[in-house]
Design a protein around this ligand. Structure first.
Ligand code: FE2
Length: 368
């Protein structure tokens, strides 16, 4: 066993660059059950950016918008649209994480930086991930303030939610260009000490029309799972190619959010207007013969469109949203695990056929 040269405590947060963080905050509060706990912007003497920290369970999203056209966030939104720009990991030492990863070939983007305020010292650094995505290392061990220097605590009624039961980030999936998956697998292995957890080839993940390949990388402690997809050749344009085209490059495709009660969570999200992919009724015929006995009522799962899969360790329930912005790029998965440690591979075909129906509606399921 290799020593863990880049130990990671947890996923600290995901930072989204968006065109209008004020409105995005309301969306994640009303539709996804997040509460705005901290804010930084003009009112807190922060001149360039407005950022909203949205929290639910152990999940932290930061929604940021640039306040001028030449700000890098505005430039990013112009190119990619709204999406996840930063995967922030809490580490015991942001200086060491930067040195260890850049010594092994990662490209440094933010050299180790220390910010000090009345609440202590906040240290961070960042390296380049796939596309324009940054992997940020955050060390909070000497910091007791609200989120980060410059942020003030918030308790605004309209951005306060009781939650919909989402409690953790289960995995974060990236899409990269054709032929680039292996390079990114190697990047996470070499520079961060991640291991290959599982590999899906284009025979596992193929429909009549399109295919993709995927490898799941996991950190040394097994807490962080980062699947990486690349398109494979098929008769029609694959969903990965559609993403790469509209995102103008690689980036985060979906984030899986864990719940302990997916029926309750999805019922509440649907009630607020979150659009999920539609699962055909035929999926639920003979479902128990395919996946064995499960605790949840099948008719309820069918009503909501929740998918079921089983592996040697147990079963899981999952469902996927439609893209959460006009570009067919970032979407979310809601997942409830009952022992299963896989990613719903038994559902890949049904899932990708559902995605292709949406691609066809967008005029993007075209011959290649
Ligand atoms: Fe997933």
């Amino acid at each position: 066993m290799m020593s863990d040269f880049c130990p990671i405590k947890r996923i600290d947060h995901l930072e989204f660059y968006v065109g209008n963080a004020k409105q995005a905050a309301l969306f994640y509060a009303k539709c996804f059950g997040f509460t705005n706990t901290a804010y930084r912007g003009l009112e807190t003497s922060y001149r360039d950016i407005a950022s909203y920290v949205m929290q639910q369970g152990n999940i932290n999203f930061v929604l940021s918008t640039g306040l001028s056209p030449d700000h890098s966030i505005s430039q990013s939104v112009l190119k990619h649209g709204d999406g996840i720009a930063i995967i922030a990991l809490e580490v015991p030492d942001a200086i060491s994480a930067y040195k260890q990863t850049t010594d092994r070939g990662a490209i440094g983007i933010i050299a180790p930086t220390e910010q000090e305020d009345a609440y202590g010292k906040f240290r961070y650094s960042a390296i380049r991930g796939y596309g324009d995505t940054l992997i940020k290392f955050i060390d909070r061990s000497d910091y007791a303030g609200v989120f980060a220097p410059g942020f003030e605590a918030q308790n605004r009624a309209h951005l306060n939610s009781k939650g919909v039961g989402l409690n953790a980030i289960d995995h974060i999936v990236g899409n990269v260009e054709l032929g680039a998956m292996e390079r990114w697998v190697q990047f996470f292995a070499d520079t961060m000490g991640f291991n290959l957890l599982v590999h899906f080839d284009d025979k596992t993940i193929a429909t009549e029309y399109s295919a993709l390949m995927s490898k799941v990388m996991q950190d040394g402690a097994g807490k962080i799972k980062l699947p990486i997809n690349e398109p494979a050749s098929g008769k029609r344009k694959s969903q990965i190619e559609e993403y790469l085209e509209y995102n103008y490059g690689p980036g985060v495709q979906h984030v899986a959010l864990a719940t302990d009660n997916i029926i309750e969570t999805v019922t509440r999200m649907k009630a607020t207007g979150v659009d999920f992919l539609v699962t055909p009724p035929s999926y639920y015929e003979n479902l128990e013969e395919r996946v064995g006995k499960i605790d949840e009522p099948i008719d309820k799962l069918a009503e909501l469109g929740i998918l079921v899969d089983r592996d040697q360790d147990g079963y899981l329930l999952q469902i996927f949203t439609q893209p959460v912005q006009d570009r067919p790029t970032l979407f979310f998965e809601v997942i409830e695990r009952h022992g299963a440690r896989g990613f719903g591979e038994g559902n890949f075909k049904a899932l990708f056929e559902a995605i292709e129906r949406e691609q066809a509606r967008r005029g993007n399921l075209v011959s290649v």
